[in-house]
Design a protein around this ligand. Structure first.
Ligand code: ZN
Length: 279
């Protein structure tokens, strides 16, 4: 992916942007109390971050802290969040990422707590913009283990559900990361409603392929790595395998029917079980 230059804005502009996003995630109910954290990577070794123990509803720009890529505070009077490790991991793995937003939006987090990824190939906008939203395994809060749970997904995904925890989104700036969080929660809401109405209907393999093509065109140049999202490809391969599986099931059914016919048929027992007559 193309990397945007560092220091596109002044530090005070970055501070202002983070506070604006904090207000939005709080007003949207994506966090409660002191939950969630927002960071911007301003330079190679400078991250502007929300500190621990403060509500995103009333934090002010002078309360933000500056940390280095080891998580050490280099400016500010407050302590970093234990979840900062998760943000630093995203920056380490993705040199194109300039901002990380972590929150606990209730519907997406409900899916994460239920152990269900938002991988349903059912919403065109999600396929063309995000590919899919995987579920990273659970990691104990405030440990290094939590940071490494995203390793498998962060290189190809801008949004990840964190099992039994919440959601994490990344982007080239803080508003992109925030809007991705909005899309994740909105998608989770739609899938939840669809499930309550009898279940979502996945798009056909052909429709997914067309959307993947659109995605490729949309992403080419500035987001090439995501354009060939390995997870999206895996989903299409799964569709192929499902088709192969169905062919196998049909073949077994045909052979079984032939065998039954050749061996003299079958009869239905009282309990409804089919008994094959072998002689
Ligand atoms: Zn959290």
């Amino acid at each position: 992916m193309e990397e945007s230059a560092f220091n596109m804005k002044s530090e005070s502009e970055y501070r202002h942007d983070i506070i604006e996003v904090c207000r939005r995630i709080y007003q949207k109910g994506y966090v409660a109390s002191n939950d969630g954290n927002v960071t911007v990577r301003m330079s190679e070794d400078e991250i502007l971050a929300t500190p621990t123990g403060m509500s995103k509803g009333d934090i002010s720009s002078d309360q933000l802290i500056k940390v280095d890529m080891d998580g050490k505070v280099i400016a500010g009077f407050h302590q970093p969040s234990s979840e900062l490790k998760l943000h630093i991991r995203a920056y380490e793995k993705r040199t194109d990422v300039r901002s990380v937003v972590h929150a606990h939006p209730p519907i997406s987090t409900g899916f994460a707590v239920a152990g269900i990824a938002l991988e349903q190939m059912a919403i065109p906008e999600v396929i063309t913009t995000l590919g899919r939203i995987p579920l990273a395994p659970y990691g104990t809060p405030s440990t290094e283990e939590l940071a490494h749970t995203i390793d498998e997904y962060i290189c190809s995904c801008n949004a990840i559900l964190l099992a039994n925890h919440g959601a994490l989104t990344v982007g080239p700036d803080v508003f992109s990361a925030y809007y991705t969080m909005e899309r994740v929660e909105h998608s989770a809401h739609i899938i939840w409603v669809a499930k309550s109405l009898g279940g979502e209907r996945p798009l056909s393999k052909e429709s997914i392929s067309k959307l993947a093509e659109i995605r490729k065109k949309m992403m080419s140049g500035n987001n090439a790595r995501c354009a060939t999202c390995p997870l999206l490809q895996a989903e299409m391969d799964k569709e192929h395998n499902r088709a192969d599986e169905q062919e196998l099931i049909d073949l077994i059914a045909r052979v079984t029917a032939d065998v039954i016919r050749e061996t003299g048929g079958m009869r239905v027992l009282k309990n409804g079980v089919m008994e094959v007559k072998m002689d």
